[in-house]
Design a protein around this ligand. Structure first.
Ligand SMILES: N[C@@H](CCC(=O)N[C@@H](CS)C(=O)NCC(=O)O)C(=O)O
Length: 201
């Protein structure tokens, strides 16, 4: 099984860390969707990271779809989401905020790094920034009533890798001091072996 994509992507990293926690062996192939576009396209013509190639050649894309598959085949002691419907809905709500923050942060980065300065569209940047900060506020608020326990679950994984991505890429946009709970979760889990095995970058 091969996981294609670089660990500077919060989506690739959430899959790598989650697979490790599920106890699943895989080969990491750190191809870039930008600097190695052609090599990536030979693995997946759509060039989306993460791409996961199962041993029988089945190609899975999108971190949440990949994790859906492994969550459904994981044994009960290794699942990363709750089974009970109310607890599951609460976690999925929180993951929605985290993934929205991730998407908006990636859009912000692409707008600034991939577009020439004269083609950047300020109203779009302001819209994305507003959505990003709204998602971070909701994420911080949700962690207050649902702090992760000692064992890493999907909320802990996604919260940690997305926060590290945001703080490495655009700390000037999302001030860490305003989100102490998210920061605390990230500090705690980044020190754990599954996260250290696949560091950001
Ligand atoms: N919703 C997707 C987002 C994946 C995504 O946007 N990946 C970026 C890398 S961080 C990518 O493939 N960018 C290249 C492109 O979209 O062309 C997921 O959860 O996997």
């Amino acid at each position: 099984m091969k996981l294609i994509g670089m660990m500077d992507s919060p989506y690739v990293r959430r899959v790598a860390v989650s697979l490790t926690l599920y106890g699943i062996e895989f080969e990491s192939q750190p191809l870039s969707v930008f600097s190695t576009f052609d090599a990536f396209s030979q693995q997946n013509p759509v060039v989306k990271a993460p791409t996961l190639v199962l041993d029988d050649g089945t190609l899975l894309m999108d971190s949440t779809l990949i994790l859906n598959y492994f969550e459904s085949v994981a044994d009960a002691s290794h699942t990363l989401l709750p089974q009970q419907p109310l607890a599951l809905a609460e976690d999925l709500q929180l993951l929605g905020f985290i993934l929205a923050a991730s998407e908006k942060a990636v859009q912000y980065v692409y707008e600034h790094r991939l577009r020439p300065a004269e083609k950047q569209h300020q109203p779009w940047i302001e819209r994305v920034t507003r959505q990003l900060l709204a998602a971070c506020r909701a994420w911080e608020g949700a962690l207050e009533s649902r702090p992760p326990g000692d064992k890493a679950d999907q909320v802990a994984v996604s919260s940690t890798v997305v926060w590290t991505f945001i703080q490495r890429m655009i700390p000037e946009v999302v001030a860490a001091a305003e989100y102490p709970l998210i920061q605390r979760v990230s500090d705690r889990f980044e020190a754990q072996p599954a996260f250290q095995r696949y560091p950001h970058g």
